[in-house]
Design a protein around this ligand. Structure first.
Ligand code: SOE
Length: 378
C-alpha cells in the first residue's frame, strides 16, 4: 500500500500547472512507495487559488503561505512563485520541517542560495530544484552514454536557449506574466531563466565549470512597469553569451536570448568527444543525434536515435516502443525520482546544494559581463 505525501502548492502559473500535472500523473505510471496527494493550493488571491484548486483537484486553498506552512497535514511544499520569494518561503518551510520542491533558479543569487542550502541541511528536509530538462529521456540517455565512456575525452560543450517573446518594446516589466523582465523579482534575465537550464544540464553531463568570460546585452533599456504604471529602467539581461573552461579540460560555449526572432523555446546542446558526438534539440525532444567514429569509414554518419524503446530511460513506464512522450513528462519523471529518493534514502538531484553550483556559474557569468574579465566560479 502506497503512503500519501501531502503537497502544498504555492503559486498557480505555468509552472504550478506543470508540477501539478506531474503529481497527478506519477502514480498512474510509476509504482512507488509514496503517492502525492494534492492537499492545498496557495495564492494571495482567493478566487484565483480556488479556480486553480478546482481545475487541478487540490482539496483546499490558503491565501497566506505562512498558514500553509503551519498546517500539520502538509508534508511537502512546492515553491512556484517569482524568484525573489524563494528564499523566504524555503527557509520558513525548512524550519517548519516541510520537504521542499523549488522552481528554478534556486534563488536570486548564490548568497541567497547558500542560506537556503544551510536551512534545508540544518532541518534535514528533503529538497529538490525543478530543472526538468535532465529528465527528458533523450537527455538522460545522453548522460548514460557519456558516463559509459562512449564519447571518450570530451573536447567541446555547446548549448543555446533561444526565444523571441520580448522583442516588442511594449511588453511591460513586472507583474503577472512579465515579472521575468523585472530585475527586482527575477534577479537576472536570460542568465537565471534560460542559461540556468543549460548550465544545470552541462554540470550534470560534463562536470564542474572553472571559469567564464561573458557578455550580456539589454536591447530595450526602458519598459513600463505593470505594478507602478511608470516607464522604468530595465535591469535584466535580454541576451547573454559566455565561454568557459570545464574542470575536465573541455571548452564550453553558451548562448541565450529572448531576441532570436522565430525561436520560441529552442534549447539545443552538442557535445564533441574523442570517439563520438551527440546533439539534442528540444523541438525534437525524443531524438538524440549520435555520431560514432568507430563505424567503418564509408558508413560513418550522424544517426538519429528515436529514444522511445523500453530500454531507454523512463520509457518502459509509458506506452509501447516507438511512441513518443513530451515536455510535460519530464515533470512526471522528476516527481517519480524525488519519491524514489525518499523511499531509498538516496536523494534525487538537483538538490538545493547541486542547484547552488548552477547559481554560482550564473553569478560568475553576470560578474564577468560587468567587468569584462575572465571570472572564477564559486
Ligand atoms: C521562460 O519563457 C520559460 O518559461 C522558462 O522560465 C522555463 O524555465 C523554460 O523551461 C521555458 O521558458
Amino acid at each position: 500500500m502506497s503512503k500519501p505525501l501531502n503537497i502544498g502548492m504555492i503559486g498557480y502559473g505555468f509552472m504550478g500547472r506543470a508540477h501539478s500535472n506531474g503529481y497527478r500523473r506519477v502514480s498512474n505510471f510509476f509504482n512507488l512507495e509514496y503517492t502525492p496527494v494534492l492537499k492545498a493550493a496557495c495564492a494571495r488571491d482567493a478566487a484565483k487559488a480556488r479556480a486553480f484548486a478546482d481545475q487541478w483537484g487540490y482539496e483546499s486553498i490558503e491565501t497566506d503561505w505562512r498558514k500553509l506552512l503551519e498546517r500539520k497535514d502538509i508534508d511537502a511544499v512546492d515553491i512556484c512563485v517569482p524568484n525573489n520569494l524563494h528564499k523566504e518561503i524555503a527557509i520558513a518551510a525548512a524550519k517548519a520541517g516541510k520537504m521542499i520542491l523549488c522552481e528554478k533558479p534556486l534563488a536570486m543569487d548564490s548568497a541567497e542560495g547558500e542560506e537556503m542550502c544551510q536551512a534545508v541541511e540544518k532541518a534535514g528536509v528533503a529538497n529538490i530544484v525543478w530543472y526538468n530538462y535532465r529528465r527528458i529521456p533523450a537527455v538522460t540517455f545522453a548522460k548514460q552514454l557519456i558516463d559509459s565512456g562512449k564519447l571518450g575525452k570530451i573536447f567541446h560543450y555547446r548549448a543555446n536557449f533561444l526565444q523571441d517573446w520580448t522583442i516588442n518594446a511594449d511588453v511591460p516589466q513586472g507583474g503577472q506574466g512579465t515579472w521575468r523582465l523585472d530585475a527586482a523579482a527575477a534577479g537576472s534575465g536570460v542568465t537565471g531563466d534560460l542559461l540556468a537550464h543549460c548550465i544545470d544540464t552541462a554540470l550534470w553531463l560534463n562536470g564542474s565549470i572553472s571559469n567564464v568570460t561573458a557578455m550580456t546585452e539589454t536591447f530595450v533599456k526602458q519598459r513600463k512597469h505593470s505594478l507602478t504604471g511608470k516607464v522604468e529602467k530595465v535591469g535584466i539581461d535580454d541576451a547573454c553569451a559566455f565561454l568557459c573552461h570545464f574542470q575536465n579540460g573541455s571548452l564550453g560555449l553558451f548562448e541565450s536570448t529572448r531576441y532570436a526572432r522565430g525561436h520560441k523555446a529552442l534549447y539545443t546542446f552538442e557535445i564533441n568527444g574523442e570517439h563520438a558526438s551527440i546533439k539534442w534539440d528540444l523541438h525534437d525532444l525524443h531524438r538524440l543525434q549520435w555520431f560514432d567514429h568507430k563505424t567503418e569509414g564509408p558508413l560513418r554518419a550522424w544517426s538519429s536515435i528515436h529514444v522511445t524503446d523500453g530500454e531507454h530511460p523512463y520509457m518502459s513506464k509509458w506506452w509501447v516502443p516507438g511512441l513518443a512522450i513530451g515536455y510535460e513528462h519530464s515533470f512526471v519523471h522528476q516527481v517519480a525520482d524525488f519519491l524514489e529518493g525518499l523511499a531509498t534514502g538516496k536523494p534525487a538531484g538537483p538538490t538545493f546544494r547541486d542547484a547552488l553550483e548552477t547559481q554560482q556559474v550564473c553569478d560568475a557569468v553576470l560578474a564577468s559581463a560587468k567587468s569584462g574579465a575572465w571570472t572564477g566560479v564559486g
